[in-house]
Design a protein around this ligand. Structure first.
Ligand SMILES: C[S@@+](CC[C@H](N)C(=O)[O-])C[C@H]1O[C@@H](n2cnc3c(N)ncnc32)[C@H](O)[C@@H]1O
Length: 211
């Protein structure tokens, strides 16, 4: 799929202003430049940023409530899905602050540059979420290609006192990870198929109890 078709496809699924498309083009440019020295995205996806990363990431916006104030993106890497959601929230004038958590200092420098150039309502936090003393006071989390599902659930359950919602992108092993996790957890979730891949899903967990 060539780049123009990818941009058209993105715009068909998520209608945004011309200004927002220009912002995403700037993001793409910064990403391609930084990716020469940093391992931000896989080589196989370099020519498919709009489809594999932008369109894939933006799907999380469908799980965000209108009155929600913050969203924490765990292990954001190149900013996925957090910064893409931030771009779309800005387009839709949703006052949502995205907290981007990333343990790699080099990636954090890149992420801060994108936030500053695109003027996004996001805080980039250089933090290893597994640090013993670290905990969250936030209630809504998103994770894409961060850790296996059981690990994500354990981590959030242990560190988030006010948990309301977890949005997780599941790849082709995701369903078996979820099945594995349900041996130890009582999980209530809604699921929707990804528009970018036949074997991927996005789930929204609204209840998580240890069995
Ligand atoms: C496979 S990448 C996925 C990045 C992005 N979410 C995506 O979908 O492309 C996982 C990211 O999580 C970060 N990470 C891994 N463990 C972490 C931790 N304990 N705390 C914070 N970030 C972490 C890594 O540095 C890496 O950037």
């Amino acid at each position: 799929m060539d780049r123009k078709i990818q941009i058209d496809t993105f715009s068909r699924y998520y209608q945004v202003s011309r200004e927002t498309i220009t912002s995403l083009m700037k993001y793409e440019e910064l990403l391609l430049e930084a990716n020469k020295s940093l391992n931000l995205i896989g080589n196989s996806t370099v020519n498919y940023i709009w489809h594999r990363h932008f369109l894939d990431s933006v799907q999380a916006i469908d799980f965000i409530d209108k009155n929600q104030k913050t969203l924490v993106d765990l292990g954001s890497g190149a900013g996925f899905p957090g910064l893409v959601i931030s771009v779309i929230a800005k387009d839709r004038k949703i006052p949502l602050k995205i907290k981007i958590i990333e343990k790699s200092k080099k990636k954090v420098i890149f992420l801060k540059k994108v936030v500053s150039e695109l003027k996004l309502n996001s805080d980039v936090i250089n933090q290893n979420v597994e640090d013993e003393k670290f905990c969250f006071d936030d209630d809504t989390f998103v994770a894409r290609a961060f850790k296996p599902v059981p690990k994500i659930l354990e981590l959030i359950h242990n560190k988030a006192q006010n948990l309301k919602k977890i949005i997780i992108f599941l790849g082709k092993n995701g369903m078996s990870e979820l099945l594995q996790a349900s041996k130890n957890w009582d999980i209530k979730y809604k699921q929707s198929m990804s528009v970018t891949s036949n074997d991927s899903f996005i789930i929204e967990i609204n209840k998580l109890l240890k069995k």
